[in-house]
Design a protein around this ligand. Structure first.
Ligand SMILES: *[C@@H]1O[C@H](CO)[C@@H](O)[C@H](O)[C@H]1NC(C)=O
Length: 407
């Protein structure tokens, strides 16, 4: 009886180990879209029906149909998903299960491990994990004895990470998954970087994981959005609210309504996303193709299309804004880790140094001459340089450094 009991316990322990191991496994990942889905998107594109637009409308009333027509024509005739797919598969990608969700991520290690420091990059909307792919070439290289291991997850509900299946899955929950990801990758110290939602995710990671997250670098400041005292003084936010934020209101109130059309029509999805790339990038002459190639833009769109994640990606606005997590951040949060903030000139919202200092332990405030909302794609070199100069200033303040001095 005693022996049988012991055997049973041992067996259960073994099952538990095997189960935990299976769940916590990190699996290599390749993008392999089935051929029928690749054919299907082309079929839909070939049958696009565009509405009429006023003569010389440009981008004034929303996406410019002349440009959209060019994109659709390129899509219909020349765009080659398979070659893009093999280009993307050159980035080392993995998946792992965390709290029941599959998290997909790029893990691109430094070329000189002895100089490397981990950096968790969080993308935003309407971005994808591809936002980090230009920046990581710079970060992985050693410069002045420093390089970075870059970990770049797809947000839950974006691209190849699975969508949340419950109501209320907001930014703090995303941050908690990413903290667990860093732990699973055995990084006991790291810094975070992000713009757009990625800025808020980074902020929450820093707040949740004070023990291991040593520094924060952001290229968008979101903490004050719902703090009325600050809003009153933030001219840029008011302009943005009136002119450029219709999408935000829709997504914060009825994401599922617009998701139907966008999930069903490649041209509709393209029109919706291209408008953001047009409005939020630093285009100078107004030419989107000076910054992104048609293939590149179409590939961003395809990540949303194939994974059918436009609906779940937009829903994050609802989760965050209906529950006013922003105000929680504004009232309760002060980020103690050293923080760098970089404000690109074409960014949607602009903030003074004192506003950022109110919420973060700011050690660097930069105002480069060009770049916009998609800084990591538009100005990867500038962003890389800024992260590195921030890192030099912040490093003496890192816990691991000060603890070493105390020893
Ligand atoms: C796509 O190309 C086909 C011919 O290959 C053509 O029949 C169709 O009209 C095109 N569709 C669009 C929307 O340009």
């Amino acid at each position: 009886m005693q022996i049988r009991h012991t055997c049973l316990v041992l067996l259960l322990v073994l099952i538990a180990f095997v189960w935990v191991d299976a769940v916590e496994t990190i699996k290599p990942f390749r993008i392999e879209i089935p051929q029928d889905e690749v054919d299907e998107v082309k079929r839909r594109v070939s049958q696009t029906r565009l509405p009429a637009q006023l003569p010389n409308a440009g981008w004034e009333y929303g996406t410019n149909y002349e440009f959209l027509r060019e994109i659709i024509q390129h899509w219909n005739t020349s765009y080659d998903w398979r070659s893009e797919e093999s280009r993307l598969n050159r980035f080392p990608q993995y998946t792992t299960e965390i709290d029941g969700l599959t998290i997909h991520f790029i893990h691109s290690k430094s070329k000189s491990p002895s100089t490397s420091y981990p950096l968790l990059f969080s993308h935003g909307w309407p971005g994808t994990f591809l936002e980090c792919t230009k920046l990581l070439h710079y970060l992985n290289e050693e410069e002045n004895g420093l390089s970075f291991d870059v970990i770049c997850p797809s947000l839950p509900g974006y691209g190849f990470s699975s969508p949340p299946t419950q109501k209320g899955f907001d930014v703090p929950k995303i941050a908690s998954l990413f903290v667990k990801l860093m732990e699973r990758l055995n990084y006991d110290r790291y810094i975070v970087q992000g713009g757009d939602w990625g800025s808020l995710v980074s902020t929450h990671v820093a707040n949740l994981d004070r023990e291991h997250c040593e520094g924060v670098h952001i290229n968008l400041f979101m903490a004050s959005m719902f703090d009325k005292g600050v809003i009153a003084t933030t001219r840029g936010l008011i302009d943005f609210g009136l002119q450029g934020a219709g999408y935000l209101h829709i997504q914060a109130t009825e994401p599922d309504t617009v998701a139907v059309g966008l999930n069903d029509s490649p041209a509709g999805l393209a029109a919706y996303l291209l408008s953001k790339y047009y409005r939020w990038s630093d285009l100078k002459g107004g030419d989107l193709e000076k910054i992104y190639t048609k293939d590149e833009l179409l590939t961003f769109i395809h990540i949303y299309w194939f994974t059918q994640s436009i609906g779940s990606s937009m829903r994050l606005y609802y989760e965050e804004m209906q529950h006013l997590e922003f105000s929680k951040i504004a009232k309760d949060l002060y980020i103690q880790q050293p923080t760098g903030y970089i404000q690109f000139p074409a960014e949607t919202m602009k903030h003074a140094r004192w506003e950022v200092e109110y919420y973060y332990n700011l050690v660097q405030y930069s105002t480069p001459e060009s770049g916009g909302h998609f800084a990591a794609l538009e100005e990867p070199k500038t962003l890389n340089d800024d992260i590195r100069s921030f890192f030099e200033k912040a490093r003496p303040m890192f816990k691991a450094e000060t603890q070493r001095e105390e020893l």
